[in-house]
Design a binder for this molecule. Structure first.
Ligand SMILES: [Fe+2]
Ligand SMILES: [Fe+2]
Length: 288
């Protein structure tokens, strides 16, 4: 197993203030909804990741990797739970994402029923790399979540930190059960291209629909600001392009990009979440 990092399950609750779903991010309404649109993919996506790894659970023999697989499943299950709550806040806030979430679920259910299991795992490996890249930039460059409502900021940091922590797990399972040869390489590379095309075309369609539902789709300066964050100098996509390409190296492993220093934030995050829980307790006591 290439990754020496064993992920840790952290059962955290974020008590998101739901009335801030439209403006929690200091980067403005369009950037807030960029992040919110990402969230709508997580519950169905992460359930798919869990299942594609579970399919092979009994085939993994390396004892360390077995432990990492259990932790991966635990982490993704907690992410799913917290993003379900997040997405409920979107619906309650007048952003009608129910149908979009259902379409993502249908697409992934279809894959689960019809695609060969190695392909399902390859799709997970591909999307985990995408998630790990986004997680890296969200933590390395705090423009993307700074000046934000602290509960939302903590949730995104927690998710990004754990995505970093478990970024090697699906890949290691893939190499153990599908292999490291030419066929395995071709499958993961093809899955990466397909996953990118399908994910980003769905993402931008939904991002537009979300903005439209808020009546912000004609706000040109909002779009420009968001596109600067995405494609401008030091923007998300130009910054990530090198890491994106590195997936096509035959010898690629997620931990070739060593950003393990991001895991140092775990303790401070846990403390912050404890404070949220204490405050939420006080509020509910006062209301009683
Ligand atoms: Fe996750
Ligand atoms: Fe993940």
């Amino acid at each position: 197993m290439a990754a020496a990092i064993l992920p840790v399950r952290r059962n955290l609750k974020f008590h998101l203030p739901k009335d801030r779903i439209r403006d929690w991010n200091g980067g403005g309404a369009h950037w807030t909804q960029f992040m919110n649109t990402l969230s709508l993919f997580f519950p169905a996506g992460e359930r798919f990741f869990i299942q594609s790894i579970r399919n092979y659970r009994n085939d993994v023999t390396d004892p360390e990797l077995k432990k990492a697989v259990s932790a991966f499943i635990g982490q993704e299950a907690f992410h799913t739970r917290e993003h379900e709550e997040y997405n409920e806040a979107m619906v309650a806030g007048g952003i009608p994402i129910d149908e979009m979430e259902a379409s993502v679920q249908q697409l992934l259910d279809f894959l689960q029923r019809n695609a060969p299991r190695p392909l399902q795992l390859a799709v997970t490996v591909a999307l985990e790399h995408l998630t790990a890249m986004l997680a890296d930039i969200a933590m390395e460059d705090d423009r993307f979540i700074r000046n934000s409502e602290p509960h939302y900021e903590a949730l995104w940091k927690w998710h990004a930190m754990e995505e970093t922590e478990h970024k090697g797990v699906a890949f290691d399972v893939y190499e153990e059960v599908v292999g490291k040869g030419v066929g395995a390489y071709a499958l993961r590379s093809t899955a990466f291209i397909l996953a990118n095309v399908i994910f980003w075309s769905l993402f931008y369609r939904y991002y537009y629909l979300v903005m439209k539902s808020l009546g912000e789709h004609r706000n040109l300066s909002g779009w420009l600001q968001s596109f600067r964050y995405q494609f401008g100098k030091r923007g998300v996509f130009p910054s990530l392009f090198g890491d994106w390409l590195s997936f096509f190296k035959p010898s690629f492993h997620p931990w070739d990009i060593d950003n393990s220093h991001l895991l140092d934030e775990a303790e401070a995050l846990m403390q912050q979440v404890d404070e949220f829980a204490a405050r939420a307790g006080l509020v509910s006591q006062a209301a009683a």
